[in-house]
Each structure stands twice: as C-alpha cells, then as structure tokens.
Design a protein. Structure first.
Length: 444
C-alpha cells in the first residue's frame, strides 16, 4: 500500500476513535483538537517539501495606491492584519510575517494597470509596476527572491525564501505590440492575462459586451507568440469565446490565474464545465479565486443589488435620485448597507469550488489564485495570506491525500510552467519572433 493510501485510512481510524471517546468519555473538544493538530502537522510537512504557489496577488497596486509605490513608507516586516486602511481602501492582506505563517513558497505578483489606461501610458505604468515588484524583492532579500523559471522556484523554496514571479493582468498593457510583449517577458513577466475587465482591440473580456466573438486573428498571434516565448497564457477575466479560441490555438498548457467554478456560481469570471474539460485536455490549471462574489451565489446577488442601489442614487450624467449631491448619495448607500449586510462566505465554500474543479477537470488541473489585495475582503477563514494552511487542512479533513494537496498547492502550476518552457525551446527554434500587427489583420 502506498503512502497516499495510508493517509486516506488514517482520518477514518481517527474518526472512529473520536466517536468512541465522545460516547464513552464525553471529550469531543479534546479529540477534535488532536485531530486538527494532526492536519496542521501534515500541511506543514507538505509545504516544507512543495512550494505553495499563489497565482495572483495585487499587493503591487495596493502599495501604489497607498503611497505611490514608495516602499520606505510602509514596513512589510510588520504584520498589518487588522490595521485600519486609508479611506476607501481595504486593509492590507499581505506582509512578510503572514506570508511566512501561510507557508507561501511562490507568488505571482500582479502588475495590473486599469483598463482605462491606453497606449503608451498603459505600457509606462506596467513598467513602473514591474520595477515596483523588483524593488520589493530587493527590499526584502531575506524573504523574497525573483524567479524566472520553474527551476528557480524550486531552488528558492529550498533556500527557504518566497519565489517571486511577475504576471501582467491585461492584454491592453502591451499596446497591441508583440515587440512590447517580448520586452515584458525579457523584464521577467511570466504570464499575461489576455484581457482585464474590458475588451481590448484583439480579445473579448468576460465582463464587457462581446465585440470580437473571442480572439481576433491578431489575438491568436499574441497567443502563439506567448507560446514561443514561454509566457503562460492566462484566461482569467476573458469571455468564454476567448477561452475557447485561446485553448484551440495554444500549444502549451494555459492557466486561469484566479477563477472559480461556474458550475457552483454562474458568474462570467468563473469557468464552465465545458471549458474545464478543454483545460484538462490542454494540460492547464485553474487556480481558484477567493473573491466572495465568485465563490457564493448569495454574495454575487448582493454585489449586483448594491451596484443597482448605488446607480439609483447617483448615475451620472443624467439620472440618479441624488445626482450632484454626493453627500446625500453616500449617506443613502450607507443606510442601505446597514439594512442589507453582505452574506457570510466561508473557507468551506472555497473548498467546495476546489473539489468541484477537481471532479470535473481532475486533480492535475487545479491550483490556488487568491486575488488577495485585489479584493475588498476574503471569505471567513481566508482573510489574508496566512490562512492557506487552514484551507489545505480542510481538504485533508475531506479525505484528500498529501499528494493531492501538494498538487493543488504548487506541483500542478510548476508542471505547467515547465511545459511552457519546454514548448518555447521547440517553438523558438522553429520560427522567428512574430512581426504581426493589428493593422495587418484589420477586417479579418
């Protein structure tokens, strides 16, 4: 019997002992505590061997919003849990003590810029965000190290630091230029999300009105060039048509850096069963998102209701009960919030998404992509980067083996990164850098 089978039997044996203790001795709390301690120990052993790699964290933009990206203005050696945030900002979910407590071995730092930024400005701000990630790594050398390859991630994890990778969160950030894409890769970017919340000139977003019907011919060239470089194609945020087009074109495994299961919550940011089957065939990975509105149908409806209420009070330029009266609109919305608290979303519901993705796509095609510091708050039990072990322990409680958890935590995304690197060696030897441009494909 292999070690995984032994691990499956152990929880059952413990449960029998706990039931006996509860009935005969009346000590359920002691027994439960002992069991939880065992799950915690198992998680610690798994993460000592396997880097936990989160597919998406927005700390770089959170730092830019707070202090213009001036790292001296905030000490991330301190634990920022529970500290008040500046007005209209969520508390920081990430700092070095909590990353360490969470057993994080690798992190894709998002270098997102708003979809409203266009052209050279979008490129410039992306470069500034890449620079911010590199300055962040340099400022915390005992905790972080820049990673460019899967081998780097493994080596940095063995050295007990956190491998820091860079992900671009929106195709608008290359300004329709494959030369810019190549230079972003040269600067360290190892994935690009094809769109963010709005369509760009060559791909449709999940949260915008369809414009292209998926990828344009130039969009397909972008995917091919990313394959040639070894840059992961990220399909979070894109429309289902774009997902299908990219999966049909990509010769390397793709990722969804921060998306959940549409079979549980029918939100366009989540991944349908049909697409999950295509991801499994492609060899890719879907990394589950912690945003409550993608995890819980009740939270999704609450988000929609609140947005509608906000529009009712103030919808420039022509409508709204309190148009031109921001104080009254703000007070009215605060009153609505007080009367309509958001539903509680829990860690267990995130685990439900993970298990659903596993059932449909398979154990080799799932990962974790929290979206920490890009969301206003996480589910109960997943409030910050220190909470990953609690999620993994919940899966062990549900009967997952140590190898199952290791695949989810990091082995799957490492495999995808290695596959992309291998594909790039072959493709770069077969063809030169693409010189395609959007005008080349106009009207096609």
């Amino acid at each position: 019997m292999n070690q995984g089978s032994k691990d499956l039997l152990r929880p059952a044996a413990r449960c029998a002992a706990i039931a006996f203790t509860t009935l005969v001795l009346g000590l359920p709390a002691v027994a439960a505590a002992a069991r939880d301690d065992d799950y915690t120990s198992r998680v610690a052993r798994i993460l000592a061997r396997t880097p936990l790699i989160d597919g998406h964290n927005d700390l770089p933009w959170a730092l830019r919003e707070r202090n213009g990206g001036k790292l001296a203005a905030i000490d991330l050696h301190e634990n920022w849990a529970g500290r008040p945030a500046p007005k209209d900002m969520a508390p920081l979910m990430t700092d070095m003590p909590r990353l360490r407590a969470g057993g994080v071995g690798g992190q894709f730092w998002s270098v997102w810029v708003p979809s409203e930024l266009k052209g050279a400005e979008a490129v410039q701000v992306t470069l500034e965000q890449i620079d911010l990630v590199k300055r962040l790594v340099a400022a915390y050398p005992d905790d972080l190290a820049l990673a460019l390859t899967a081998a780097d991630v493994r080596s940095i994890h063995r050295g007990k630091r956190i491998a820091s990778l860079i992900g671009i969160e929106g195709g608008h950030q290359i300004d329709n230029s494959l030369a810019t894409l190549r230079q972003m890769y040269a600067l360290g970017a190892r994935y690009m999300t094809l769109t963010h919340s709005r369509n760009n000139d060559w791909a449709d977003s999940a949260t915008d009105q369809p414009n292209h019907g998926g990828l344009t011919p130039f969009g397909k060239e972008v995917v091919k060039e990313m394959n040639r470089l070894g840059m992961l194609v990220d399909l979070s945020h894109v429309s289902e048509a774009t997902m299908r087009d990219a999966l049909a074109v990509s010769t390397a495994p793709v990722i969804f850096s921060h998306s959940s299961a549409r079979g549980i919550v029918d939100h366009p940011r989540n991944v349908s069963d049909d697409v999950l089957a295509l991801v499994a065939r492609n060899g890719g990975v879907v990394m589950v998102n912690f945003y409550p509105g993608y995890v819980s149908a009740a939270a999704m409806r609450w988000d929609a209701d609140r947005a509608a209420e906000q529009t009712r009070y103030s919808a420039p330029p022509f409508t709204g009960l309190y148009l031109g009266q921001p104080e009254r609109a703000q007070a009215a919305l605060a009153g609505w919030d007080a009367a309509n608290p958001p539903p509680v979303v829990t860690l267990e519901e995130v685990a439900d998404h993970i298990e659903y993705l596993r059932r449909v796509a398979g154990i080799d095609h799932i990962g974790i992509g929290s979206d920490f510091d890009g969301i206003p708050g996480g589910p109960k039990g997943l409030e910050g980067v220190d909470r990953y072990p609690a999620l993994l322990a919940e899966l062990l409680r549900r009967g997952w083996t140590d190898m199952d958890v290791a695949k989810l935590a990091g082995l799957n995304v490492l495999r995808v990164l290695e596959s992309a690197e291998q594909a790039a060696k072959k493709l770069s030897a077969e063809r030169p850098p693409s010189e395609a441009t959007v005008p080349d494909h106009a009207g096609q």
